[in-house]
Design a protein around this ligand. Structure first.
Ligand code: SAM
Length: 363
């Protein structure tokens, strides 16, 4: 039966069509607004607005920007109900509740996340082509922007949550790090997790691996600035981790699902651990079964970033293309196949998008 013959498509309910069209326009509007939020974050407009009500010229002066652009941006912010407008005073206000989610040095500031939308749009044509031909858009095509976006996204949660809220999920891990352990971070990006751990646990030694020489350069600069002699970084492909480098603890933070060879990476981590060693894998919170992701408010985001980045970078090098929504079931199965022991999966405190898997190499 062709689509034209389908009884379901014959008489669409006009009310439902109108409702869906409205919702579709809302999606496009929010897509455009994500760029406006990205601009507001990059240009310091939210921070300037958080200082109190301002007219457009006042806000432009506060932020050091061109008034005409600022006024148009404010139009979008007011009509999107991100800011309010007092016509008599010609004053714009960022309500304190909105400032809490868009400004400040903490992990509650969601401003940096808008840059991910901008980043994903950069390679749309490449992904479009890959839909037709297979393959994908390689990591290099996302550089150098990807490195900076990931760094800004993860830096604040790592500062606030890694030591205080995430490590305690692995029994005995904090004590082990305090006593002195050999630790690796696979797919470490700009290495901020190890900078945080290196400062908190001076008796331990840390090495971070990443394919990106640009990210590793930034990682080295950060730990050199901080004077952390117990943290080092290497440009390396973690699908070929050398088992002769034994580690007591390995972290993989948001770095397994986009691997070209995730099974090899997991096996390599297992083999590089000492018996009794701990593996902490932080990855997207999703089910491996699509129908179980329906109703998960984060799921459309996860599938979208996967199509536009995580899956395509893996497929670009002939990889597995697991995708960001590979999910807990498949993750558990692959960890088991790599030889790991019992796995516990915890919703990541303060990070609704992530699960923290804790497992280890059996004694
Ligand atoms: C999504 S980013 C996460 C980076 C970092 N862990 C963070 O949380 O910000 C994934 C990282 O894995 C790295 N990567 C991907 N495949 C790799 C491989 N085979 N070997 C080493 N690094 C790899 C990428 O270069 C990228 O920096």
């Amino acid at each position: 039966m062709t689509i034209a013959e389908s009884p379901d498509s014959a008489v669409p309910d006009r009310k439902k069509v109108r409702a869906f069209a409205r919702s579709l326009f809302g999606i496009y509007t929010h897509g455009a607004l994500a760029y406006m939020i990205d601009l507001g974050h990059r240009l310091g407009l939210f921070t300037a607005a958080a200082h109190g009500p301002a007219t457009s010229p006042e806000l432009a002066t506060r932020a050091g920007l061109d008034e005409r652009y600022v006024r148009e941006w404010l139009g979008a912010m007011v009509t999107a109900e991100i800011m309010t407008y007092d016509r008599d005073a010609a004053a714009y206000t960022l309500p304190p509740e909105h400032a809490a989610a868009l400004t400040g040095p903490g992990s509650k500031n969601m401003g940096p996340m808008a840059a991910m939308v901008t980043l994903l749009g950069r390679n749309l044509e490449g992904v479009e082509e890959a839909f037709r031909t297979g393959g994908g858009v390689p990591y290099d095509a996302f550089a150098p922007h990807f490195t900076g976006v990931m760094d800004e996204l993860n830096r604040r949660p790592l500062d606030e949550l890694l030591v205080e809220a995430w490590l305690p999920l692995a029994p005995g891990l904090t004590e082990r790090l305090a006593a002195g352990a050999r630790v690796a971070d696979v797919g470490c990006g700009t290495g901020h997790a190890l900078a945080v751990l290196g400062a908190a646990f001076p008796a331990s030694t840390f090495v971070g691996y990443d394919l990106s020489s640009e990210a590793i350069g930034l990682a080295r600069a950060e730990v050199a600035d901080a004077g952390l002699a117990n943290v080092s970084f290497e440009v390396a492909d973690v699908s070929a981790l050398a088992p002769q480098r034994p580690f007591d603890v390995v972290f993989a933070i948001d770095a397994v699902h986009d691997q070209a060879a995730p099974a090899e990476v997991l096996r390599g981590v297992h083999d590089a651990l000492t018996p009794g060693g701990t593996f902490v894998m932080i990855d997207m919170a999703a089910s491996s079964e699509l129908s179980e992701n329906v109703g998960n408010p984060f799921a459309p985001w996860i599938y979208s970033i996967s199509t536009l980045h995580c899956m395509t970078v893996s497929l670009a090098s002939g990889g597995a293309g697991l995708g960001a929504a590979w999910g807990e079931g498949l993750a558990r199965r692959m960890l088991g196949e790599a030889g790991f022991g019992e796995v516990t999966a915890h919703p990541a405190p303060g990070q609704g998008l992530n699960l923290i898997y804790v497992t280890g190499r059996p004694e």
